[in-house]
Design a protein around this ligand. Structure first.
Ligand SMILES: [Fe+2]
Length: 355
């Protein structure tokens, strides 16, 4: 009975320099250490969409609708799915054997696209004749054999054709109650996807993959997760963002994670409006009988509220809300690996999440 209270949990919003902890370094120092000239990199402007091949387009179609995507355009063997954000589409599905066709970034200029198209492992430039917004796409094979795509020349979206933006739900707090005689009501349904936020690869060639992506493109580390053996640190995961100078960008749009058994895509992740939309979307997917992978919870690195699912072809996809933003002044953080580095709250991490 000597203890009179237990320190309560708490949350706080703090500067990136503080949140990263003591173990941090500047992005410019990291670039210098790795002998990367930031001005020589091919510039990517934003993450565009994911590309997957599925054996059964009808089955994946139903899943995509329940996941909160809608059809932008379809042909006999291809479907382009869109969110309510300013992208022509965020997911491309093609009929065929189960296959990961890669993530797609938009080049910052024609010159950057041309440079990507002339990389040693670049395939032929494809004219995207049937795709909404058109444009041209090139697929580069990375050192481990993963496809990585760059798009350019896509027409801007006519936002008047999109579904309206979501309302901002007003929240009351104990000491701050802006919502007086204003009630919160919700409608059931899938969590509408706004945009593609990130994707990541499990790699058996962590160092060479990291070197390829960060020296070829303006992709730069945000955080490293490492394991320490005999005082020596080995990075096992790196979250990376697009280096657009001082312009705010998502904490990560791409990540690499060392995997002892096999190289494969880990997941792709789509942004939804807020926590309520995400929970309602989770409930919707549960009711439809789909297989949850992990969630709902909150990540530490990136701060996102996450919710991972298996699609009907066996690919992992994620809904996220409330992610961090960074820029070139955000320090790179170094964090020891462990369950604590993955989530601050949420269900226990299932073994298959890291499988
Ligand atoms: Fe994620």
């Amino acid at each position: 009975m000597s203890t009179l209270s237990i320190p309560a949990n708490r949350g706080a919003t703090m500067p990136d320099t503080e949140a990263m902890g003591k173990d941090q370094e500047s992005q410019s120092s990291w670039l210098e250490k790795h002998q990367i000239d930031p001005n020589s990199r091919i510039r990517l402007q934003k993450l565009s969409h994911m590309r997957y091949q599925h054996p059964n387009l009808d089955e994946i179609h139903q899943f995509m609708l329940d996941f909160g995507l809608r059809v932008a355009h379809k042909t006999e063997g291809e479907v382009w799915y869109t969110g309510y954000g300013p992208d022509q589409y965020v997911y491309y599905a093609r009929k065929g054997d189960k296959k990961f066709l890669g993530g797609v970034y938009e080049a910052a200029s024609q010159e950057d696209f041309d440079r990507a198209a002339h990389l040693p492992n670049a395939g032929p430039v494809q004219e995207l004749k049937d795709a909404p917004g058109g444009g041209r796409l090139v697929t580069i094979t990375d050192p481990e054999g993963f496809p990585f795509n760059v798009i350019h020349g896509q027409e801007a979206v006519d936002m008047s054709q999109k579904q309206p933006a979501m309302d901002k739900v007003v929240l009351n707090f104990p000491s701050e109650k802006p919502r007086v005689r204003q009630f919160n009501r919700f409608e059931h349904g899938p969590a509408a996807v706004y945009k593609l936020g990130h994707f990541g690869l499990c790699t058996q060639q962590f160092e060479s993959q990291l070197n390829f992506y960060t020296s070829t493109f303006n992709i730069i580390p945000t955080d490293f997760v490492y394991v320490e053996v005999d005082g020596h640190r080995t990075p096992v995961t790196v979250f990376m963002h697009l280096d657009l100078g001082t312009e705010p960008v998502d904490h990560h749009s791409f990540f690499l994670s060392a995997h002892p058994k096999a190289a494969h895509v880990h997941h792709s992740s789509f942004e939804v409006h807020d926590f309520d939309a995400q929970q309602l979307g989770h409930q919707w997917l549960v009711e439809k009988g789909y297989r949850p992978a992990w969630g709902v919870g909150r990540h530490v690195l990136g701060s996102q509220i996450f919710d991972y699912w298996w699609d009907v072809s066996g690919n992992m996809v994620e809904h996220y809300a409330d992610g961090d933003l960074v820029n070139s002044e955000t320090p790179i953080g170094y964090v020891p690996a462990g369950e604590d580095s993955l989530a601050v709250w949420g269900p226990k991490l299932p073994a298959e999440f890291l499988a």
